[in-house]
Design a protein around this ligand. Structure first.
Ligand SMILES: *Cc1c(COP(=O)(O)O)cnc(C)c1O
Length: 486
């Protein structure tokens, strides 16, 4: 008997995968809230109770156990009560593709390990650079937006180094990156990993709603040059994680061109606009970027991981090439994706997007993203009209930022309620919302990425938010009455 998936075990393979998908299907059908609400102590007890040192219970028993341990307590992004982070429900063709790529276990590092898979990934990259509007361009799939941003800034660094006539270490200490306070934290983290100075990320002023001011960028570039710093890259965000607003890319590109600096557009969140018929214009100017981050696992409804870095100039990717005798020696003229990637062994994630495009088409994906943006507009109006709620800015994508203001609550009390409300909902498992800080004040955040969620579903979440807030506020009042410091 063999446990490996081989020619002689295809019946075992079918029955175990069938059983797994059957269990998942039952959970999808029967789940009544986005999470079980089990406490961390209870989950820890369940996890610690599993014997990982023994000889094994067999596939079927192990999957049954996973049903009760993991599926019973998972966080379900398809449930309309889930509105916390940038996680999407996934399209079925992509899930089917995921099971195919896991079984075949292709690694798209060298051509001799993936052959047709390499050509398919390359074709998809061509498709994606076409969406962006790069004339030719290139790119590679990555594990996520964090890696794509890191990779892009690495390429920008390598492009900047040869322009400086001094030892590399000194050049690095002078390099700077420009981004707004609303840019993703992976920008700052990348600067750290790339060996730049502690003060290398220069915060560019925004318009008060989180969008970069091109005039402020222009001034910041001048100021940095006057201080002897070397502008390495400007990061414009094509949909900020919290406010869901888009930097004015075209005008930022003008400034970047005038200063001769690398423009990176982080469209991890907003990339779904690339295939939207109604809102593609929001990303106008993205074709002038030198590099772009897209996260298909955010707004293309793909299972994690599915992301890519795209570049306008083919040759830019070469900065990360490295040649190993055993894998991709210089004289090898095969199309080795490892020459373009920061990873070596790498999943064939491209297959999921490929199957999705073939099964339902890019237009449909764009419509699905449009649907969540439409919903966010409606929810924004509902929040704005509700005297118990306070809308914090307007999104261009699908987040809704707000605070609760129960009768008579001061701003400080409203701020204090944010964390409590999130926790009460989280512990109930009935609705999951996020919290963040905008202009120094905490607020609640809904991230809407489920095109089947209705306005009524969101009204229910808002009702739970208000219920939790008034309970917390009245507990607070009672504690005050009896003289306890809450
Ligand atoms: C989510 C996000 C990222 C990071 O992407 P991961 O796939 O989570 O690594 C980067 N930039 C923005 C704007 C994001 O919203």
């Amino acid at each position: 008997m063999s446990e490996l998936l081989t020619a002689s075990t295809t019946d075992d393979y079918r029955s175990l995968v069938d059983e797994s998908s059957a269990r998942v299907a039952v959970r999808f059908a029967e789940v009544t809230q986005p999470s079980s609400g089990a406490s961390r102590a209870e989950l820890q007890r369940l996890v610690d109770g599993v014997d990982l040192a023994g000889s094994g219970v067999g596939g079927s028993a192990a999957i049954r156990e996973i049903d009760e341990l993991f599926l019973a307590n998972a966080v379900w992004f398809h449930h309309p009560g889930y509105a916390a982070h940038l996680n999407c429900p996934v399209v079925i063709p992509a899930v089917a593709a995921e099971s195919i790529l896991a079984a075949v276990n292709t690694s798209v590092d060298t051509y001799d390990q993936s052959t047709v898979g390499t050509l398919m990934e390359r074709r998809l990259i061509e498709t994606a650079t076409g969406w962006v509007g790069f004339g030719s361009g290139d790119g590679v799939f990555t594990s996520g937006g964090t890696q794509s941003n890191f990779h892009a800034l690495f390429l920008a660094r390598e492009a900047a180094v040869p322009t400086i006539e001094e030892p590399r270490s000194i050049a690095l200490s002078r390099m700077v990156v420009f981004a707004t306070a609303s840019s993703h934290f992976s920008v700052g983290k990348s600067a750290l990993l790339l060996g730049l100075a502690d003060d290398a990320v220069i915060e560019v002023a925004d318009d008060g709603e989180g969008r970069m001011l091109p005039s402020a960028l222009d001034a910041a570039l001048d100021a940095a040059a006057a201080e002897g710093r070397v502008p390495m890259a400007v990061v414009a965000t094509g949909g900020t994680t919290d406010r869901g607003v888009i930097d004015p890319i075209m005008r930022i590109a003008d400034v970047c061109d005038a200063h001769g600096v690398w423009l990176h557009v982080d469209a991890a969140y907003g990339c779904g606009l690339l295939v939207s018929r109604r809102r593609r214009h929001l990303l106008t100017g993205i074709e002038r970027a030198r590099s772009v981050t897209v996260d298909f696992h955010k707004s293309f409804f793909q299972p994690v991981s599915s992301s890519a870095i795209l570049v306008r100039e083919r040759r830019d990717l070469a900065a990360g090439a490295w040649h190993a005798d055993y894998l991709n020696p210089l004289e090898n003229d095969e199309p080795n994706q490892v020459d373009k990637s920061l990873q070596t062994t790498r999943r064939f994630d491209a297959l999921k997007l490929w199957v999705s495009l073939r099964a339902i088409g890019a237009d449909r994906i764009g419509e699905m993203f449009d649907a969540v943006i439409d919903l966010a507009v409606e929810v924004g109006d509902v929040v704005d009209d509700d005297p118990e709620l306070e809308l914090v800015g307007r999104t261009q994508l699908s987040t809704v930022l707000f605070r609760v203001r129960p009768d008579g609550a001061s701003p400080a009390e409203q701020d204090a309620l944010v964390a409590g409300v999130r926790r009460v909902l989280f512990e109930s498992g009935r609705a999951l919302v996020a919290k963040t800080v905008i202009a120094g004040r905490p607020c609640l955040k809904l991230t809407l990425l489920n095109p089947e969620t209705t306005l009524d579903d969101v009204r229910e979440i808002l009702a739970m938010v208000k219920g939790a807030a008034s309970t917390l506020a009245s507990i607070d009042d009672e504690l005050e009455l009896v003289g306890v410091d809450a």
